[in-house]
Design a binder for this molecule. Structure first.
Ligand SMILES: NC(=O)c1ccc[n+]([C@@H]2O[C@H](COP(=O)([O-])OP(=O)(O)OC[C@H]3O[C@@H](n4cnc5c(N)ncnc54)[C@H](O)[C@@H]3O)[C@@H](O)[C@H]2O)c1
Length: 342
């Protein structure tokens, strides 16, 4: 298969690229190495995803990415330094390649920063996504997989969140943009018969996790003896999903979209294990054999109280079965974190 992945140099994207290449597929990766976090991390992700050594002599961003494009280019892999907001730029890539399936992961992905920069989130997450659908339509690409998020559920007080629940009350701009993509996606499915699956990921963690996410930040705080910002009373809880399980879920969803015509599905991908903030910090402390210096802070605007995935649909439709327990996942994350050296 020829896959076009957006955001393939990010956390989830680089793992997916690695998996698809090792299964013998071709991958085109569109990523603009945005400054949400250090581009050098994304350079390393990219090198790892194509199984090249991660030693890289960095000079300055533009030069480094051009060098990366050259070094990683192969008959099965092509990286494009391209912003999804720029439709003309995307058009050149679509004109050049035969694409079977689009896997859209590129986004501005943080909840709290979306409150500071709502218009940027709108431009990347909504307009950028629409650019891809417009090009899919123009080029007759009928298979599309989109990264949505558990944040669409807002402050639901249900025990676990199911795809049939109403998600009309998001509490952050980020969550609202993800919900918009699910709705707009339906229009493209309806009008142009694009088969589409939206995967609602529940807090993903593991090696290469984004540095802005809590597990990564807290591991850094504990190892460096710096204060760990502890928001609320510790009772907020997340359904954490290990990266290998998410990749397994994506691969299964790809199979669904590739083997069915004209489908539209929204599917939760969670870890089936809800962990409180208090428990999460305790597991990291135990794994590092070191105590955190907690700095108690109030709950942050935009943060939901709890996420908990009902994964019945993923189980029945995809055969998805998350296999990594939280403690095992943290152990793997910490091993990676200590090996990478910062
Ligand atoms: N990590 C999670 O826990 C989680 C949970 C729910 C949903 N998601 C969604 O999964 C997807 C991947 O998340 P991630 O954690 O790997 O994030 P990430 O930030 O590591 O990866 C996103 C990638 O998209 C690229 N990108 C951003 N804006 C772009 C633009 N305008 N043009 C081209 N590329 C652009 C970035 O450079 C980055 O490499 C996102 O859509 C995110 O919203 C992630």
């Amino acid at each position: 298969m020829n896959y076009l992945i957006t955001g393939g140099s990010g956390f989830i994207g680089s793992h997916l690229v690695e998996r698809l290449l090792s299964s013998g597929h071709s991958v085109i990766n569109i990523d603009n190495f945005d400054d949400f976090y250090d581009y050098k991390i994304k350079v390393r992700n990219t090198l790892e995803s194509v199984k090249l050594p991660t030693e890289f002599s960095f000079r300055e961003k533009e030069h480094d990415i051009q060098k990366l494009i050259f070094e990683t280019s192969s008959k099965d892999y092509q990286l494009y330094y391209q912003d999804i907001r720029d439709k003309n730029g995307l058009e050149k890539i679509f004109a050049k390649h035969r694409i079977d399936v689009i896997i859209h992961l590129a986004a501005l992905a943080g909840v709290r920063p979306s409150i500071e920069r709502p218009l940027d989130y709108e431009a990347v997450n909504i307009k950028g996504t629409m650019n891809l659908w417009e090009l899919a339509r123009e080029h007759g690409i009928l298979k599309f997989l989109n990264a949505s998020s558990s944040s669409v559920y807002g402050n639901s007080d249900k025990i676990s969140f199911s795809e049939d629940d109403s998600v009309d009350q998001p509490i952050s701009p980020y969550a609202a943009t993800k919900k918009c993509t699910e709705i707009l996606g339906h229009v493209y499915h309806h009008l142009y018969k694009i088969s589409m699956v939206h995967l609602r990921f529940f807090t993903v963690f593991g090696p290469r996790q984004r540095p802005d996410l809590a597990i990564h930040k807290f591991t850094q705080n504990i190892t460096e003896n710096t204060p760990l910002p502890f928001y609320g009373d510790g009772s907020t809880a997340r359904d954490y999903t290990f990266i290998d399980d998410i990749i397994e879920g994506i691969v299964k969803a790809l199979h669904l979209v590739e083997t069915h015509e004209n489908i539209y599905e929204i599917i939760n991908l969670g870890g089936d294990e809800v962990v409180t903030l208090e428990e999460m910090v305790a597991v990291i402390e135990e794994t590092l054999e070191k105590k955190a210096h907690k700095k108690m802070l109030p709950m942050q605007p935009g943060d939901v109280q709890k996420t908990a995935a009902d994964i019945t649909k993923a189980r029945t439709l995809l055969g998805y079965l998350p296999a990594t327990h939280f403690k095992t996942g943290i152990k793997k994350f910490v091993e990676w974190f200590l090996k990478k050296g910062s």
